[in-house]
Design a protein around this ligand. Structure first.
Ligand code: C5P
Length: 418
């Protein structure tokens, strides 16, 4: 279930060039299943037209507190009452100062003040020139708005429309969307640290050739994203993939299995959950050549010899903290393995769970998942097998993260696991 589906969002636009990003944001929110009611200040209408926002939200836009369309003529009350959240993007420096003082001289500021604050949260995405953002007045306002319970999102860094470069750009639409999704996601992993491996590994034959596999990394990236949405501090160790890093996730890029093992071992201290989704090469060329192997015209072909790679998951699972996690002890490391099989999923997944020594093994049918956007999972733990029906990988990842969180609580309260 998408965390935004069925949510009603009032999207407020105030005056700033970042209004162009609000169009993209509105579209993204609608695509995620939310209904969006746009409210614009007069200044915002200088930057983008209500026509654009109406077309994207599929609802008439409100702008004036004197708008007579509402039967009771109280748009400022009705709009706020109906919302699950009020999101101001972009929020100008002036609008934040108005919010701070409880001023209410236009529809949007009136609505913010009049909304039932206990049940309708207010989120603002600031957008301004870097000097304005750095000004002590703005710093004070941001701190006070946060103290008042208003969620002030970060700003982006980089080139600004004014030609300067620094802090103050509004976040991109997909970043605001990610923050909003996290806002609506139960924080089941708050305070937990999660380490994920993802993607294939690449084992060099010589400086220009190597052996890899078809893993896209999509499932591991989706799990990192879902764990972050659920409030975890997430580190993602990624093999060579062309995927962008989920918002708020720390990413370490590696190539070979041995590099991946090194990165995992350097990060695993203090981690609560280790999820190994990477398709690690089982073998690597025994002697990678320092120089490109050349054809010498003799017609002879090179012979490759292989040696076995370390098993990252099994190595981590042998550690005393992982053993404590396997017994369901608080403070232990909970390890989750994946198995891509072509047949007899339950039998193979159960056997792999025992062989790797992990409390939870997630099975999937390999050829049906590599590179695809959807998949189906079989969760095998000490209590048996649970099917997670076919869905896109992000939806599966969110369910898997919820299942992991449930098992962490179960383990630490019952004191026994596998
Ligand atoms: O043995 P197999 O490759 O089928 O096991 C798959 C599981 O073990 C996955 O969770 C994968 O990430 C992990 N693994 C690993 N290091 C290896 C091989 C597999 O961490 N060298």
């Amino acid at each position: 279930m998408n965390p935004l589906s069925g949510k009603h969002i009032v999207l407020g636009l105030t005056g700033g060039i970042a209004c162009y990003k609000a169009a993209e944001l509105c579209r993204a929110l609608v695509k995620e299943g939310a209904s969006v009611q746009v409210v614009m200040t007069e200044a915002a209408e200088h930057f983008i037209t209500p026509v654009t926002m109406q077309a994207l939200s599929n609802r008439p836009v409100y702008g004036s507190q004197w708008d007579a369309r509402e039967p009771n003529n109280m748009a400022h009350i009705n709009l706020g009452r109906e919302a699950d959240v009020v999101l101001i993007a972009p929020a100008s420096a002036d609008f934040m100062a108005k919010l701070l003082h409880g001023r209410a001289d236009d529809l949007l500021s009136l609505m913010c003040l009049a909304r039932p604050a206990a049940t309708v949260p207010l989120i603002v995405a600031p957008a301004m020139n870097r000097e304005m953002w750095a000004n002590p007045a703005t710093r004070r306002n941001v701190a006070q708005l946060r103290a008042d319970g208003i969620r002030v999102l970060d700003v982006g860094q980089g080139e600004q429309a004014c030609g300067e470069s620094g802090d103050g750009r509004m976040l991109e639409a997909d970043e605001i969307l990610a923050d909003l999704v996290a806002f609506f996601t139960p924080q089941a992993l708050a305070g937990r640290r999660v380490l994920v491996t993802a993607g294939p590994t690449y084992e060099a034959i010589d400086p220009v050739r190597g052996i890899t596999n078809l893993s896209s990394g999509k499932m591991g990236f989706a799990i990192a994203r879902a764990a972050r949405e659920a409030g975890a501090d997430v580190t993602l160790v990624a093999g060579p993939v062309g995927l962008s890093t989920p918002r708020g996730v720390r990413r370490i890029d590696v190539r070979s299995a041995r590099e991946m093992l090194g990165a995992v071992q350097a990060q695993v201290d203090g981690v609560d959950v280790f999820v190994a989704t990477a398709a690690v090469a089982d073998w690597r060329p025994a002697n990678a050549a320092d120089q490109k192997i050349k054809k010498d015209g003799s017609g002879e072909t090179p012979v490759l010899r292989f040696i076995e790679n370390p098993d990252i998951l099994a190595t981590v699972a042998r550690s005393p903290r992982a053993q404590a996690g396997l017994r369901g002890e608080a403070g232990g490391l909970y390890c989750v393995g994946f198995a891509a099989e072509s047949h007899d999923l339950l039998a193979h997944a159960s056997a792999k769970r025992a062989r790797k020594g992990v409390p939870l093994l997630v099975g999937n049918i390999g050829p049906a998942t590599f590179g695809k956007d959807d998949n189906a999972l079989l969760l095998v733990d000490e209590l048996g097998a649970t099917e997670v029906p076919r869905a896109d990988k992000l939806a599966l990842a969110r369910q898997l993260v919820a299942e992991i969180a449930r098992r962490l609580t179960r383990g630490s309260t019952s004191g026994h696991g596998a």
